[in-house]
Structure formats: structure tokens, C-alpha cells
Design a protein around this ligand. Structure first.
Ligand SMILES: [Zn+2]
Ligand SMILES: [Zn+2]
Length: 220
């Protein structure tokens, strides 16, 4: 893409060099224990369920993320997703590998993108991240999920609307192994990860572990 032709600068501090320099990478907010065991939200002490996920039926066993999706990280994720800056996927995978242990799984699956949107952008962020991460973890990437064409956008919807919006958005079209890692770029409400995990479970998975680069942190 175009970014190969442009002089390379850090997206955050504009220092020439990497797309996100080491200093800015180190300054991004890590998600660290104590966490909710289930959804991975930071909590005051370790809990099995938290205010965010209690009472919800979730198809995944647990969700984990490397970084807080805050104002500092937002422009980086936007550049990655909207402008398709290719090297950011490798950077994000490296940050993830540093933050999370390698999951015990047969393969990596990514949250399938809307085919129309992928055509527009020419890439799908979750797919690229899954490929980079799978290479680091030495796991195969499998494409089990398809997404219904033209599923409405999540952005700008209220939380309950997001959940309803994606409930039947995915379909697993092959026999899925028992343990899989599901990769996505950002965990916002968990609705997308849950819908994708639900399809993987219907396809035969028993344990779905969700791994995302970033996660929205709710202020309580
Ligand atoms: Zn920088
Ligand atoms: Zn939770």
C-alpha cells in the first residue's frame, strides 16, 4: 500500500523510524492483573465474573487483551484499520506476544470481516493480526468463519443494539477443533467475539479463547 512510499514516522510522536516507536509503545497502557477471569476486564481484585459480564451468556471461555483501547491508542488502531498500514499488524502481534502466554489451542481463527468492507479497504485487520500472531505462536491459521454479507456496522450503536446486531452474523462452515483461539483487533462489548465464538461452538469447538490487541475499559 501507500505507506511503503511515504517517509516512515511514528504515528504518535512523529519521530522518524517505526510506525509506532519503542518509546510510544512502552507508554501505551497495558491490561494487567487483577482481571475478571472470564471477560478480562481489569478489576480491583481477581474475580470469576465482573460487573461487565455477570448475567451474560458468553460462548467463549475467556477473553484477554494486551492494551487498553484509550485515547492514546485510538489513532493507531484507526490508522491500522482504515488506512491499512501493513506493518502495524506485525507490531500489534509482537505487543500481544509479550503480554499474553501462548494459548493452548489447535489453531488460530480470526473474526471474519464483512466481505464488502474488506473490498473497500483491501484488507481485514483481524485476519492480518491472526496471521502474524499465529506465526509467532507457531500455530496454524484456519478460516472457519464466514460473515453474513452486509451485516450492519457496530460502530455508533448502543451496547444492547450491538449484541442484537451480531447475534447471527457468523457461520462456521467446517468441523472446528476442540480448542481454538479467536483473534480480533478490539474487544468493545464482547458482542462480536461472543457471536463468533458461538458459531465456532456450534461447529464443534469446546473451548474458545478470545485474544484481542486492545480492549475498551469501562470507567466504574
Ligand atoms: Zn513515538
Ligand atoms: Zn467480566
Amino acid at each position: 500500500m501507500l505507506d511503503l512510499l511515504l517517509p516512515q514516522r511514528c504515528l504518535l510522536c512523529l519521530v522518524p523510524g517505526a510506525q509506532v516507536c519503542d518509546g510510544c509503545t512502552a507508554a501505551l497502557r497495558r491490561i494487567e492483573a487483577p482481571l475478571c477471569e472470564r471477560c478480562g476486564a481489569p478489576t480491583a481484585w481477581p474475580v470469576q465474573r465482573c460487573a461487565e459480564c455477570a448475567g451474560r451468556r458468553l460462548a467463549f471461555a475467556r477473553a484477554r487483551a494486551a492494551l487498553a483501547y484509550d485515547d492514546r491508542l485510538r489513532p493507531v488502531v484507526a490508522a491500522w484499520k482504515e488506512r491499512g498500514l501493513r506493518r502495524l499488524a506485525a507490531w500489534a502481534a509482537a505487543v500481544l506476544r509479550e503480554s499474553l502466554p501462548r494459548p493452548d489451542a489447535a489453531c488460530v481463527v480470526f473474526v471474519a470481516g464483512d466481505p464488502d468492507r474488506k473490498l473497500q479497504r483491501g484488507h481485514h485487520a483481524a485476519e492480518r493480526l491472526a496471521n502474524e500472531l499465529a506465526a509467532l505462536w507457531e500455530l496454524p491459521v484456519r478460516t472457519f468463519l464466514t460473515r453474513a454479507r452486509g451485516s450492519p456496522r457496530q460502530r455508533g450503536l448502543a451496547r444492547h443494539e450491538r449484541r442484537r446486531n451480531v447475534a447471527d452474523a457468523f457461520l462456521a462452515h467446517d468441523r472446528v477443533p476442540s480448542r481454538v483461539v479467536l483473534v480480533d483487533d478490539v474487544y468493545t462489548t464482547g458482542a462480536t467475539a461472543n457471536a463468533a465464538a458461538s458459531a465456532l461452538r456450534k461447529g464443534g469447538a469446546r473451548t474458545v479463547e478470545v485474544v484481542t490487541f486492545a480492549r475498551t475499559i469501562r470507567i466504574r
